[in-house]
Ligand binder design. Structure first.
Ligand code: CTP
Length: 422
């Protein structure tokens, strides 16, 4: 198959040499398209020798063959590793100022990008917005690994190992060959990705359990992780319904069903899950709700009693259990058409067990297929853009540790696990 290996100007360019080797040894015809800055890190001679082909960075060589159009058109896969902040920005804004960006605009095959840069650059809202745009357009953005960076610093931003990138390339090539990625102009509009043809339901946000017209019992969930899961699933081609108790802006291509309480969320999930391939319960559903709802605002001072004295005692709120929506989904399953059910577990760890131990016990108790365990506390996770999670799978002792990375990167990792199950 024809693979274009785009290389942007980052120190991790040296790892792309190993990726090129792996792709060539697997029998693929690899054309390397570095950016001019990439050649500061690994020279033209290396790329030409390893690929056995001439290497160009601009559109002015071999002009009669129209390489700025042909290379992209003929590709079965374009993989950009490393993708720097600058390359992501140029790709997201549709620029065509060198050969690689021209290739990205003309390619109608699966596109993989592996961002690698310093943590600050990766986490900058501009870079995250560019990644979100590219993801929504169907680019498979591989989350960076966390660890030692070029200097003394450590954090998310490392290019994943060449073997991991190679695996992603193999999967994307198979997907493209399977017809999931349309070619021609239709590709720019049609959903592409490994979730194409799948219907998924994602819940997000913290439910609010009203006490009276102005007060409610709530929790600190922002809904950002659920929204990231919905956005990434849509970017990977799924038809997505987001049952949301949060008031964030709807991600592109996602149908949002707004709910407030656990009971409303349960009804919406039940209705939507009937036709779904996957249900992801990322919402923080209140386990309890007030047993009664006061039609009028509960006043601090009640009406004077028979003896004329005002009653200033504090009201007592009685709670009743809410249904466990996740447990209900698991219990209702039967037959091969049952959806894959993903639960989230917000854990703090305590003196009796670690976060992971609590997670394993919850996976066994809830019976879902995947449990994403995240460590929570007043200062971590809630409302933040980053998340650290451990992904557990039913019937397996393996733990996938993800983070600290953005909630979009966590979402990519969760969907990787789910597509594996599907
Ligand atoms: N969940 C649900 N319905 C509820 C409570 C939770 O569907 N009434 C789902 C959440 O969306 C999440 C998972 O169950 O996917 C785990 O939620 P969590 O609050 O961590 O677990 P609980 O079962 O409530 O356990 P506990 O609070 O005792 O740790």
């Amino acid at each position: 198959m024809k693979v274009v290996l785009g290389v942007a100007g980052g120190i991790a360019a040296y790892k792309a040499c190993s990726l090129l080797r792996l792709l060539s040894e697997a029998g693929h015809d690899v054309t390397v398209v570095p950016t001019a800055s990439a050649l500061h890190f690994v020279g033209e001679a290396t790329w030409a020798a390893l690929s056995g082909k001439p290497v160009h960075t601009d559109v002015w060589s071999d002009i009669t063959e129209v390489p700025h159009v042909r290379i992209g058109q003929e590709a079965d896969l374009v993989v950009v590793a490393p993708a720097t902040a600058d390359l992501l920005a140029r790709a997201a804004s549709g620029q065509a100022d060198d050969l690689l960006t021209n290739v990205l605009l003309t390619a109608r095959c699966p596109v993989v990008m592996a961002p690698a840069m310093h943590t600050e650059m990766y986490e900058h809202p501009a870079t995250q917005a560019n990644i979100a745009t590219l993801t929504e357009r169907g680019v498979h953005v591989v989350p960076p690994a966390s660890g030692r960076l070029t200097g003394r610093d450590t954090g998310p931003g490392r290019l994943p190992e060449p073997e991991q990138l190679f695996e992603v390339c193999v999967r994307e090539l198979a997907r493209g060959a399977g017809g999931a990625a349309p070619s021609g102009a239709a590709a720019a509009r049609a959903p592409r990705g490994d979730l194409a043809g799948r219907r998924v339901v994602v819940t997000a946000g913290g439910t609010r359990e009203p006490l009276d017209p102005v007060r409610y019992l709530g929790n600190r969930s922002s809904g950002k992780q659920g929204y990231a899961l919905a956005a990434v699933a849509a970017g990977r081609g799924a038809e997505v319904v987001l049952v949301s108790a949060a008031s964030l802006e709807a991600p592109a291509g996602v149908r949002v069903v707004r709910v407030e309480t656990a009971l409303e969320m349960e009804a919406a999930v039940r209705a939507e899950a009937a036709e779904a391939d996957v249900v992801v319960m990322a919402a923080a559903v209140a386990d309890f709700r007030p047993s009664s709802y006061a039609d009028h605002k509960i006043k601090k001072t009640h009406e004077p009693g028979a003896d004329g004295s005002a009653d200033e005692s504090a009201p007592v709120v009685t709670l009743v259990r809410n249904p466990d929506i996740l447990a209900g989904l698991v219990a209702a399953r039967g037959g091969a058409a049952a959806p894959v059910v993903v639960g989230f577990a917000a854990e703090t760890g305590d003196e009796s067990a670690s976060v992971l131990e609590h997670g394993r016990a919850k996976l066994a108790r809830k019976g879902c297929d995947v449990l994403v365990v995240n460590e929570v506390g007043a200062d971590v996770t809630f409302g933040k853009d980053d998340n650290t999670v451990h992904v557990l799978r039913r019937g397996s002792d393996a733990v996938l540790d993800v983070g600290p990375v953005t909630k979009t990167a966590v979402a990519q990792a969760v969907w990787d696990v789910v597509t594996d199950i599907l």
